[in-house]
Design a protein around this ligand. Structure first.
Ligand SMILES: C/C(=C\CNc1ncnc2c1ncn2[C@@H]1O[C@H](COP(=O)(O)O)[C@@H](O)[C@H]1O)CO
Length: 284
């Protein structure tokens, strides 16, 4: 803001009428300020409302939010504080919702970032992406390499919508070249909301911690009925068998999950079956 244009006081030296009007407005604002801070609503304590926040007694801050915004030239540590982070988090939701709201039916495909390009798993991801595009579904991945890239490649080459929801990581990777709509997120939890909110189901290829995190987030959401009608397909029976056995023989056997929870997901090695299972609720 160019404060010099109207002088340091904020008045207008070339136009005495405007200068007087401005000063009167300032005085009225100051009086209102003071009144709000001293005897509001008949109470005897100072009170100030700033949006939904009420401050009373010693917690009342001087000035108004606008004043603090426009006058501030002080330290910049607020840039790194939580209130500012909340704005960034909010803006990530806004950007994500804005970019994906009109995507149409979609399936999120997860899998290892380390799957080699020349592996059967990469090829399976390509085939899954292609089959989903052929069935009229957009493919949403984490936008990274490996299985994510395979699924985006299949979708992109088949003319489908290929979406990558990237994540800021210490080792910068960038979105894979087959992503046609890409969003880079700072926050995992915002990104995870998008995977669920804009997909009708999940297909999960073999993967590590990141993939397991996404799988168990989805399972928890379905188990707790936070999402309904949301198929989860584990692709690669040999890879997932050990985990499923452990769920049955340990989790369920020791009463940490119900027998019915094992019905919250499907297991297959067949691309067409994976697509059919993942899309069945949306097609129903
Ligand atoms: C590890 C390497 C690159 C990481 N780059 C990633 N880019 C985007 N998304 C990622 C990345 N790494 C993990 N993810 C997310 O987790 C899932 C895969 O994690 P996993 O531990 O490999 O199973 C994946 O679905 C993403 O959403 C260098 O190769």
């Amino acid at each position: 803001m160019d404060k010099g244009a109207s002088g340091e006081s904020g008045g207008n030296a070339e136009d005495p009428g405007r200068e007087r009007g401005w000063r009167e407005a300032q005085e009225a604002a100051a009086a209102a300020n003071e009144a709000a801070e001293s005897i509001p609503y008949g109470h005897s304590w100072p009170e100030r409302h700033t949006g939904p926040v009420v401050r009373r007694r010693g917690q009342v801050q001087a000035g108004t939010t606008d004043q603090r915004l426009l006058d501030s030239q002080g330290p910049t540590d607020w840039l790194h504080g939580d209130p500012w982070r909340v704005m960034r988090i909010q803006s990530e939701f806004v950007e994500g919702f804005g970019a994906l709201a009109e995507l149409g039916p979609a399936i999120s495909v997860f899998g290892s970032a380390r799957t080699p390009v020349d592996s059967p798993e990469y090829l399976a991801a390509v085939r899954i992406g292609r089959a989903l595009a052929g069935a009229g579904y957009a493919v949403i991945t984490g936008g990274g390499p490996g299985a994510m890239e395979g699924a985006n490649k299949g979708a992109c080459e088949a003319g489908g919508a290929s979406v990558g929801l990237g994540i800021e990581l210490p080792f910068e990777q960038g979105l894979n070249p087959y992503v046609d709509v890409g969003i880079n997120f700072r926050y995992f939890f915002v990104r995870k909301t998008m995977f669920v909110k804009y997909a009708q189901g999940f297909i999960v290829l073999p993967g590590g911690f990141g993939t397991l995190d996404e799988l168990f987030e989805a399972l928890t959401l379905v188990q707790t009925k936070k999402v309904t009608r949301f198929p989860i397909v584990l692709f690669g029976t040999a890879y997932w068998r050990g985990l499923v056995d452990w769920m049955r023989d340990t989790l369920v056997a020791e009463g940490k999950a119900s027998r019915h929870d094992l019905e919250l997901f499907h297991l297959t090695d067949d691309v067409d079956e994976a697509v059919k299972l993942a899309t069945k609720e949306a097609d129903a």
